[in-house]
Each structure stands twice: as C-alpha cells, then as structure tokens.
Write a protein that binds this ligand. Structure first.
Ligand code: HEC
Ligand code: HEC
Length: 278
C-alpha cells in the first residue's frame, strides 16, 4: 500500500514536472530536476554512497592507486587510440579534440544526451562511434572491444573528481521517466526490481557480494571476475541475468534509459572512473 502511494505520488510529481518544464524552458533550460530523485528507487542525498565504499580493503587499495589499478592499462590503450591516425596523417581524435584530459573534462556529465535528429539517446560509447563514422569514416567499434573501452575510460577519467550534476532538457523527460519505471519494475523469474537490491538492500549480502547502491560513477570498470574492463551496459546485463530477466542488447535504448536514470539518481556523488570491482 505504501509502495502504491509512493508511486502514484511520484507519477503526479512527474506530470507536474513535465507541465512545469514547458513553462520554465524559456526561463531556465538548465533546471535541476529534483523530482526525479524522490521516487521509490531514489536515495536521500545525505545517504548517497559510491560502490567504492562497499568494496573490500584490497579492492579499494587497487582503485585508489593509479599505478596499481589495472583499469589504467585500458586508459593507456585509449590514449594510443586517441592519437592514432587512420586514412590520412591528420584524422586522429586528437587532431580535432586536442588533449583529452582538458577538452573532454565534464563530458561524462552530459551523457547520455538526447539526439533530436535521430530521436534517440546517445551515450558516450555511441558518441565515440558517431565520431568514428562521421568524422573518421571508419566502422563503429564493437561494444566491449578494448579500443572502445579504452577511449571511454580515457574520456571519463577527464571528469574524475567532478560532482555528478545533470541538466534536464525537455527532450530527456520521457526517456528519463521510462528509465525510472524500468528501475522500479519487478522483472525476471526472481521477480525483483533494481531498487529492491540497490535502494532497499544496499549494505546487505547476496552470495559473496555486498550489495551497493548501484551507482554508475566509475564505469567502464575493471572487474576481477571478468579479468578485464567492462562497460556499464555489461554490468547492467549481468544484473538482468542475475534475476533471470530478458537481457537488453548492448547499446540498446532500454539500457541507455536506465543509464540516464542512474545518472540523475547519482547526482551529488563524485565521478570515480575508472573503478575496480570484485
Ligand atoms: C538480485 C539483486 C540485484 C538486482 C535486482 C539488480 N542488481 Fe545490480 N548489482 C547486484 C550485485 C550483486 C552487484 C555487484 C555488487 C554491487 O555493486 O552491488 C550489482 C552491481 C550493480 C551496479 C554497479 C555498481 C558499482 O559500484 O560497481 C550497477 C550500476 C547496478 N548493479 C545497476 C542495476 C540495475 C540498473 C538493475 C535493474 C535492471 C540492477 N542493478 C538489478 C545485484 C542486483
Ligand atoms: C574531424 C574532426 C573530428 C574527429 C577526427 C573526431 N571528432 Fe569527436 N567531435 C567532433 C565534432 C565536430 C563534435 C561535435 C558533435 C558532432 O558534430 O558530432 C565532436 C564531439 C565529440 C564528443 C562529444 C563532446 C561533447 O562535449 O559532447 C566526444 C566524446 C568525441 N567527439 C570523441 C571523439 C573520439 C573518441 C574521436 C576519435 C575516435 C573523435 N571524437 C574524433 C569532431 C571530431
């Protein structure tokens, strides 16, 4: 009953918010969207914790030292890809964007964005591939390829230490609502929603793992179980598989909508990429 009440209150807030947005667009295109962090899947700002705070001491030690953090092997690869020329001697990412650590600072916070031309969400991986195709005339990189993971890690590293702040544009409202609904809806043979593990049970143990709040602030991350770096979508697919639910494809709009909601839900945390996980 409480749950139903919270939900309908939230839906009302969403409706009010979309109405309000239409009125407010002219006044403030960059209005912070507090309403979205008050649904049943949300976490009080004062209680927000990154995955690092749930990790074992050994893993935290790996993450805190860039020389030990295995994710930096991918960052190095990303740096090489960034500088690599292809069909001519001047078509590298660097030739247009210069030094990634400065030109890409803050970019993490802007993704996923909504692309009005294609009516689709574009996350960082998709944006990198857009540049590959449109500006370098190359084929898109595969999800989970070392090259795409490396470039994504390099770009997210440029925002490390920045506070997760999101800007709601009117065209993000619908995908954000869908992402929120996905987070709060029970699914799979195990019949659990994301929020049952990551909002209601963080800190508790599940198998050998300590459940975290499911925060997206450090992806792609190096996971010991994978013996390599993995994207946020790989992590989300592992969660869907864990509850024996249908697994959305890499780069799908469904996963991007979840990614978008996770970003809004994480507002106030600090970007920690690249993380190390169990
Ligand atoms: C049955 C419990 C369960 C459900 C349901 C679940 N997850 Fe997870 N999730 C885990 C476990 C276990 C981990 C690894 C340990 C941790 O960080 O919680 C994890 C990790 C994550 C992480 C990475 C956190 C980090 O700091 O590395 C994210 C993000 C995440 N989940 C999001 C989701 C989303 C979105 C959904 C719904 C589609 C979901 N999870 C559903 C159990 C669950
Ligand atoms: C010929 C120039 C050119 C090359 C080469 C190029 N880009 Fe871009 N990039 C752009 C332009 C122009 C934009 C602005 C948006 C657009 O038009 O797609 C952009 C946007 C971006 C953005 C989004 C920045 C933001 O603030 O939202 C990222 C990330 C990016 N590029 C990464 C890359 C990567 C990684 C490579 C190499 C694989 C690359 N780009 C190669 C021209 C280029």
């Amino acid at each position: 009953m409480l749950f139903t009440l919270a939900r309908s209150k939230n839906q009302l807030l969403l409706r009010l918010a979309s109405k309000g947005m239409c009125l407010l667009v002219g006044l403030s295109a960059s209005m912070a969207f507090a309403q979205f962090v008050s649904g049943p899947g949300a976490i009080e700002p004062s209680q927000l914790r990154s995955g690092l705070t749930f990790a074992s001491e050994a893993i935290a030690a790996l993450q805190k030292d860039d020389d030990l953090n295995p994710a930096f092997l991918w960052v190095e690869q990303g740096q090489k890809s960034w500088q690599q020329n292809h069909s001519n001697s001047n078509d590298s990412c660097e030739s247009c964007h210069k030094d990634a650590s400065t030109s890409m600072k803050g970019v993490t916070l802007k993704y996923p964005r909504f692309d009005d031309a294609s009516h689709q969400l574009v996350n960082l991986e998709a944006q990198i591939n857009r540049c590959r195709v449109q500006h370098q005339h190359l084929s898109p990189l595969k999800y989970e390829s070392d090259e795409l993971l490396g470039l994504t890690a390099l770009i997210n590293l440029a925002s490390r230490g920045m506070e997760m702040k999101k800007t709601l544009t009117p065209n993000l409202i619908d995908p954000l609502k869908r992402g929120q609904a996905r987070f709060e809806t029970r699914r799979g043979q195990i019949n659990l929603a994301c929020m049952h593990c990551h909002t209601q049970n963080y800190g508790n143990h599940l198998g050998g793992e300590t459940l975290s709040q499911g925060q997206p602030v450090g992806y792609p991350a190096y996971r010991l179980e994978w013996q390599k770096m993995g994207s946020l979508h790989r992590r989300l697919r592992a969660c869907l598989s864990g509850v024996k639910a249908a697994i959305y494809p890499f780069g799908s709009q469904e996963l991007m909508e979840l990614e978008l909601y996770l970003g809004f839900r994480a507002q106030g945390l600090v970007i920690e990429a690249p993380e190390v996980r169990r």
